[in-house]
Design a protein around this ligand. Structure first.
Ligand SMILES: *[C@@H]1O[C@H](CO)[C@@H](O)[C@H](O)[C@H]1NC(C)=O
Ligand SMILES: *[C@@H]1O[C@H](CO)[C@@H](O)[C@H](O)[C@H]1NC(C)=O
Ligand SMILES: *[C@@H]1O[C@H](CO)[C@@H](O)[C@H](O)[C@H]1NC(C)=O
Ligand SMILES: *[C@@H]1O[C@H](CO)[C@@H](O)[C@H](O)[C@H]1NC(C)=O
Length: 443
């Protein structure tokens, strides 16, 4: 478990205990009290149905079994990545003689219930995809209003654990009726099924068309905005939309109810390592669901280490479930993000939009509105304890172009009491030992 690795750091220990003792409040379906984590087929594998010529990558039971094996055997499951989620193009173009959805018989010859069993046997959960409308976006059978009850029951009978409900081929009125109706229908099956609603993405993502109070009552997560693509431009435009609208979106999130900026594309083809860390950091601050869409069979060890970063995951999964915010957008192109965490701790991200060279950003915790006191700093991606910073201490962080420096910041404490006289101790060799590109330099 990840806490073992980090308990040697006193200041993270309390944080760990809290992460492991997530309180379960009786609310709604009781699911997804922290943002759901797992794997989702769409961004990486799309609607590839050519199993003849591309048998390993086509949307088939082989692909999902392969990913389940990787999640179970390569350390993902223990970190929380437990959902194996099917997206569009899994279904037969025809409903069966009872009007029920059925999987494509050639590509899923064993059927969805069998796949669910395979996935459950490995301690994982199965997600499936449906569409509020006449057709799915890929042209497969949709769930019109009259089919909501039967489709919810079918998914429950198959022992599905999560539903992503898209919104192609429906109008506003149908969506207004269909999304709450599916929520009721899922509940009526008696099987807890996590419910992801694409509804707000079809309504522009903002009030007055979107009612986030209502969404929080009927969905566990919702897609607010367009689909992610395998490029830095796409990641950046999504991050910008979410943080530009944070005053509306941030209060909507909480345990059991999450804004979903879409999949992690870390491990694919479009992002550098710096950009990969940036996506992970910005998604963690946002309390975003962490659904990877990549090929876990061939992922590089570097990408894996970003996605398996225990403290970044711990920050994402903080049990208070408070979505973070962008604090500052500097003229220099540096942006600062902040998320309050359990045990009076917090996370900070320094992000650079620059395209020239590492930028030396100077600030202090006081300037970022931290209260008076001293703070232990842990650099999340360098994976080491950095230094103790007083709120008044000026420091410099060096942030790579399109990269981040992410910190876990402890609760404030009185360094004079803990260490005796503050001085040499804080500025001494133990600190400078780490003074490379990612270390804060005390001025
Ligand atoms: C259905 O909703 C009720 C009331 O909100 C809740 O107590 C129950 O746990 C829900 N059941 C499922 C399976 O989601
Ligand atoms: C939405 O579609 C339904 C048919 O499914 C139709 O009866 C209704 O008039 C449409 N509403 C709008 C506002 O277009
Ligand atoms: C939004 O939904 C909530 C909960 O259903 C409801 O009480 C509220 O009146 C709605 N707000 C608006 C502006 O329609
Ligand atoms: C700090 O707080 C002040 C007063 O509330 C506010 O004006 C300022 O924008 C805050 N600064 C940051 C970086 O959040």
């Amino acid at each position: 478990m990840y806490c073992d690795a980090i308990t040697r750091m006193v200041f993270v220990a309390a944080f760990c205990v809290l992460v492991l003792s997530v309180p379960m409040f009786a609310l709604d379906n009781g699911l997804m009290r922290t943002p759901p984590m797992g794997w989702l087929a769409w961004e990486r594998f799309r609607c590839d149905i050519d199993c003849q010529n591309d048998p390993k990558n086509c949307i088939s039971e082989v692909l999902f079994r392969d990913m389940a094996d990787r999640l179970a055997e390569d350390g993902w499951r223990e970190l929380g990545y437990v959902y194996v989620n099917i997206d569009d193009c899994w279904a037969s173009k025809l409903r069966d003689s009872n009007g029920r959805l059925q999987a494509d018989p050639k590509r899923f010859p064993s059927g969805i219930p069998h796949l669910a069993q395979y996935i459950h046997d490995r301690g994982l959960k199965l997600g499936i995809y449906g569409d509020m409308g006449t057709y799915t976006c890929g042209g497969y059978p949709g769930t019109t209003l009259d089919k909501i009850t039967i489709d919810a029951q079918t998914f429950a009978d198959w022992k599905v654990d999560m539903l992503k409900f898209d919104g192609c081929y429906s109008n506003d009125t149908e969506q207004e009726q269909g999304y709450p109706a599916m929520s009721k229908a899922l509940n009526a099956t008696g099987r807890p099924i996590g419910y992801s609603c694409s509804w707000p993405a079809y309504q522009g993502g903002l009030p007055p068309k979107v009612n986030y109070t209502l969404l929080g009552e009927i969905c566990n997560l919702w897609r607010n905005y367009g689909d992610i693509e395998d490029s830095w431009g796409s990641v950046l435009s999504i991050a910008d939309w979410f943080y530009n609208n944070q005053d509306i979106l941030q209060p909507a999130a909480g345990p059991g109810r999450w804004n979903d900026p879409d999949m992690l594309v870390v491990g694919d083809f479009g992002l550098s390592m710096d950009q990969s860390r940036s996506q992970m950091a910005l998604w963690a601050i946002m309390a975003a669901p962490l659904f990877m869409s990549n090929d876990l069979r061939t992922i590089s060890s570097q990408a894996r280490s970003v996605l398996q970063n225990k403290v970044a995951i711990g920050i994402n999964q903080d049990p208070m479930g408070i979505q973070g915010r962008r604090l500052l957008k500097e003229k220099s192109g540096i942006e600062v993000f902040w998320r309050p965490l359990s045990d009076k701790a917090s996370a900070l991200v320094f992000f650079s939009r620059r395209t020239d060279m590492p930028y030396r950003y100077q600030t202090s915790l006081g300037k970022l509105n931290y209260t008076t006191g001293s703070y232990h700093i842990y650099d999340v991606f360098a994976e080491r304890e950095m230094s103790v910073l007083k709120d008044s201490t000026n420091f410099v962080v060096s942030v790579n172009p399109s990269g981040v420096v992410m910190w876990y910041v402890s609760a404030p404490f009185d360094a004079d009491q803990e260490y005796g006289h503050v001085g040499e101790k804080l500025r001494g060799p133990a600190f400078y030992r780490h003074a490379n590109v990612v270390s804060p330099i005390i001025l």
